[in-house]
Design a protein around this ligand. Sequence first.
Ligand SMILES: Cc1ncc(COP(=O)(O)O)c(C=O)c1O
Length: 397
Amino acid sequence: MHVSKRINKIGVSPTMKVAAEAKLMQSRGESVIDFSVGEPDFPTPQNVKEAAKRAIDNNQTHYTLNNGTIELRAAISQKLKKENGLDYLSNDIIVSTGAKQSLYNAVQSLVHDDDEVIFSSPYYVSYPEMVTLAHGHSVIIPTTEETEFNLTPGQLEKAITSKTKVLILSYPTNPTGSCYTKEELEAFAEIVETNNLYVICDDIYENIIYDDNKFVCFAALNENIKNRTVVVNGFSKSYAMTGWRIGYAAGPEEIIKAMNKIQSHSTSNASSISQAAALEALNGPQDFIEMMRKEYEQRRDFIFEQIISIKGITCFKPKGAFYLFPNLKYYFGKSTSVFRIEHSFDLAMYLLHQVKVATVPGSAFGAEGYLRLSYATSMENLKEGVERIKEGLAQLH
Ligand SMILES: Cc1ncc(COP(=O)(O)O)c(C=O)c1O
C-alpha cells in the first residue's frame, strides 16, 4: 500500500485494541463491565434535544458561516466572559466539529517544521499525533504521583530550547484527574512570557471538578498571556454531547483566522443542527452540569476508596474529570498458569479476558505502569467492576 510517510508515522492507539476486543466479547453476549469509556453516561439534556428537533423543523439544515453561527459565537463569547472572565469578540471565536478539531487546527496553525511542542505525560492520546501531523516535535515531560501528575515550573524551564513554540496545557487532566491552582499557573505564565511561547489550553473538563478545587482558565491570568493563548473547549463533557461534535476555540485574531482557513478547506462549518443544540445548551438551564458533577464526585469517592484498598495499588485522588489512574506496577512480573503480566497492556488484556472488565493501559497515555479506569458509568457497574478487578488481581502470583 502507498499510504504517505506522514501517516505511517502515526500510531494506532493500544486503546483501540482493548476496546475492539471488548466489543467483540460483548457481541458474543459476554457481560463486559466497561471502564474504558471516555464520555459521560448521561443522556444529552432534554431541552438541548428539543432545540435540535426544532432546528430541523425550521430548516436550519444548510451551511452556516464557516466559523459558526453568529448566535452561537455570541453565546460562547458571553460564556467566556461570565464564567472565565475573558473578553473575546465573536470574530475571535471559531466553532468546530468537536474540541478535537479545534485542537488539531490550532496545532496546524502554530507549528512549523521542527518546532517543538511541550506537554506532560500522561497526556491525552491525540496530542503527540497532532504534533507529528504538523511536522513538529513533541517534547514530553513525564510526571508522576509524587507531583500529583503536575508539571513543575523547573521541569518546564529545563525543557525549553530555541525551537520551543507551543506549550499544551490541559486540566483537569485526562487520564489522571490532576489539576493546577492559579498560583501554579502563574508560575508557568512567567516562563511562557519570558520565552515567547504560545499556549494551547484544553479546557474540556473545566466543569467536572471536585472538592474545593477551582478551575482557572490559563488565558485569564493576564492580557499578555491571553494574547498568546488559544482556549479550546466544547460541549462533549459539560453537556453530555459527545456525539453532536461541537467544540470551539477562542484566541488571538491571527491564529483564529488561520484556523478558519484550515476549517474552510477541510470540513467547513460544524453541523448546523448541532450548533442550534449547543446554543440551547448555553442559553438554557445550567443545573444539569451540577447534577452530573455531583454524581461523578460520589462515584470518584467510591471507586477511589475501593481501588486503594487493593493490595499493592497506589493511586492519586482525582481532582476532576472522570478517570482514576491507579499505579499497578506491583502486579508486573506476576502470572497465572496462562497469563504473565509485564506491561499495562498485558494487565488490561488479562482483566478483560479473566474477569471481563475493560480498562485502558497507561501506555496509551505515555505512562507505563498504570491503568485508566473511567467512572462515567453507573454505580451498579462500578460496584460489580471493582469486585471483578479484586478477584482478577488476587489470582496473580
Ligand atoms: C483532554 C481532551 N481533550 C479533547 C477531547 C475531545 O473532545 P471533543 O469530543 O469535543 O472532540 C477529549 C475527549 O475525550 C479529551 O479528553
